[in-house]
Ligand binder design. Sequence first.
Ligand code: FAD
Length: 372
Amino acid sequence: MRKHLVLVGGGHAHMVTLENINLFVEKGYKVTVIAPSFHHYYSGMGPGMLGNTYTPEGIRFATKQVVTQQGGVFVKDRVVRIDPDKKLVFTQGENQFSYDVLSFNAGSYVPMESVPGNREAIYPVKPIEKLMEASEKLKILFKEKPCTISVVGGGPSSAEVAGNVWQLARQVKGYEPKIKIFAGKKFMARFSQSIRQRVFDLFRKRGIEIIEAGYVKTVTKDKISLETGEIFDTDFVFMALGVKPSSLFEASDLPMGPDKGLRVNQYLQSVAYPQIFGGGDCIYFENQPLDKVGVYAVRENPVLFHNLMASLDGTDLEVFEPGPDYLLIFNLGGGKGILRKNKFIFGGRLAFMLKDYIDRKFIRRFQAIENN
Ligand SMILES: Cc1cc2nc3c(=O)[nH]c(=O)nc-3n(C[C@H](O)[C@H](O)[C@H](O)COP(=O)(O)OP(=O)(O)OC[C@H]3O[C@@H](n4cnc5c(N)ncnc54)[C@H](O)[C@@H]3O)c2cc1C
């Protein structure tokens, strides 16, 4: 029987493995990729797509096409749990797959506990497809009436979304919306005062309001209620609260980290099941807990690819080294950004241009595989 590699999710950490599926197939291994969408959207460019800088087609990677053209099998479905002892994967569509080696790159999600009722009209910042939908809705709303757009959450994705909603409104040239960020007690609390001040100054000039009066308790499509009892009217809501790893591991009784991510060792390998690997936002790297940023998912690629092949071949695994501090650039809309690398910080057009250049280069590299 051919050995079977199953990839759960076609996210940022699986890109190099997806690029090289033909090498697994040539060695006689079967490869199956299970993901809920035919495409994978590059999250770094998601806020820019919301703001109309990029088209949805320009920021996505054709997962299904890349898999099937190299002789792999693509299954459009969502994995709900696995049985690690029987080596079985179960999906929402009631499919079942056995595996010899399994790799998770199922990402993370925005917790929605504060939304008690209908979640349809409320837009989490992940999956990125939701930002695409939101952009289309907002283009219509800005033409119809003056409105309030609320962004719940006080981190960088909240700043990027607010800045790009502002940009979108200017492009649409309809009624100017009020944009409010509900930032808990402190906006961009994890960042230095220098970064915070730059965002505050820019947003003040644009009339974007940053509310630091307390945490949001409940959200409905037209009301934001704070723990303090204050209630704000709204016409549109984005949920940009910090992300959590996929809930798959809890459902599968796999060893997890404190964040409920798949607990992996230095080989990006489950600490309990040597034939299970993972990368990106869904893992807890026990040697050194990593920020949930695409940079780490991208850095994990070559090691994950090597170790999946080595695990099938029965050869040595490679160690993943997270590497030095990473370059962080926020897209704040209006062609402006803020860049941070170690202690070096600058903001403005150049920061955005650099991010735009890096992001376009990244996505072009992987989109090129579609035409191989
Ligand atoms: C608005 C926003 C902007 C960001 N900007 C940046 C940035 O500029 N730079 C940066 O470094 N980081 C950025 N991040 C963080 C970055 O998005 C994440 O770290 C990155 O997406 C992690 O990649 P991933 O492949 O692990 O997860 P994802 O990109 O979420 O990919 C996971 C994949 O798994 C699939 N999947 C999910 N569940 C299942 C399932 N049950 N079964 C099968 N498949 C499944 C999904 O469809 C998806 O294709 C940003 C995040 C947000 C929300």
